[in-house]
Write a protein that binds this ligand. Structure first.
Ligand code: SF4
Length: 297
């Protein structure tokens, strides 16, 4: 009767123990060969757990998609304010979470049209109760620069186009002074429905509507976003810093850069600050490679 083989030596076995084990293996193989058995079929090995070091190198399991960060979420510590100051990019955060997928260059117009059509019945916030129409956005789907205001006014609510009232006409002059046309830029607001009596949109309203603006930005992919006034600037940058301190500096927003400046409606009340806005626009023009008007450096 064949002697029962001992098991595989364990760690710490002596050399004599290993030699004895190998002798037993060799004897077993010779015995099998004498019986005419030359091929061995080994049982399938169960997958092994990775070594601790390999486990540590593996990426963590993917997380499920999370909702977009709320607008106006105040920071515990205000970010640095100054030229080229950098803020965490909300767009990148959304992309990480897989919340949205940017449209390819060829179908931006179609993507915007689809977003606008889908928005027509939106009742995510109470602004839907008093609106006449949704004011989505207007301009080039391939614009290098996007202007973002607070929300539609009476004229915009009536026509469905952003920035067509007195403030809008001033914005058009600013755009044209930059050597551009309304058709070459993209214009939108944070909220797409008119707040009653042109009041400032409330926090819950900007939070509900903000994803639609984010989607517009991701489709158009502008190089520069000019945020007009406090509400748009604070919503995009997710800070509570006053517009007077934010304006005039570029901030990172995904692959774009945000230039906060005063709202044209504010300039209608405070024309003395038009020069400050023009200073900000000259920085945008320099970034875009646009020439400042002759004699205006
Ligand atoms: S403001 Fe925006 S979120 Fe609110 S109802 Fe209008 S489209 Fe919907």
């Amino acid at each position: 009767m064949r002697k029962r083989m001992r098991g595989v030596p364990e760690a710490g076995e002596t050399m004599d123990g290993w030699r004895e084990y190998l002798r037993e293996v060799q004897a077993q193989l010779e015995e099998l060969r004498a019986m005419g058995i030359t091929d061995l079929v080994l049982p399938a090995e169960a997958p092994r757990a990775p070594a601790p070091a390999a486990r540590a190198a593996q990426p963590p399991p993917a997380r499920s998609a999370a909702p977009l960060p709320p607008a106006h979420a105040p920071r515990a510590t205000p970010p640095p304010v100054g030229p080229q100051a950098s803020l965490p990019p909300p767009a990148a955060a959304a992309a990480e979470r897989g919340a949205v997928v940017a449209a390819s260059a060829g179908d931006r117009a179609a993507a915007l049209a689809a977003e606008k059509a889908a928005l027509q019945a939106c009742r995510r916030c109470k602004l839907c109760e008093s609106r006449k129409t949704i004011v989505y956005g207007v301009g080039s789907p391939h614009a290098d620069v996007m202007f973002v205001g607070e929300g539609p006014g009476e004229d915009e609510d009536r026509t469905g186009e952003p920035f067509v009232g007195k403030a809008g006409q001033l914005l058009t002059k600013i755009i044209e002074a930059m050597g551009l046309t309304r058709e070459q830029v993209y214009i939108a607001n944070v909220v797409k429905c008119r707040p009653p009596n042109n009041r400032t949109p409330m926090l819950d309203e900007t939070e509900q509507c903000y994803p639609f603006l984010r989607r517009q930005i991701e489709i158009v992919r502008p190089r520069i976003i000019v945020s007009l006034g406090l509400s748009a600037s604070q919503t995009l940058l997710q800070v509570t810093i006053p517009i007077g301190k934010l304006r005039g500096n570029f901030y990172k927003f995904g692959e774009a850069r945000v230039m906060p400046t005063f709202h044209p409606a504010y300039l209608l009340r405070t024309p003395g600050d038009k020069k400050l806005v023009w200073d900000d626009m000259k920085k945008v023009m320099a970034e875009l490679g646009l020439q400042a008007p002759r004699g205006d450096k």
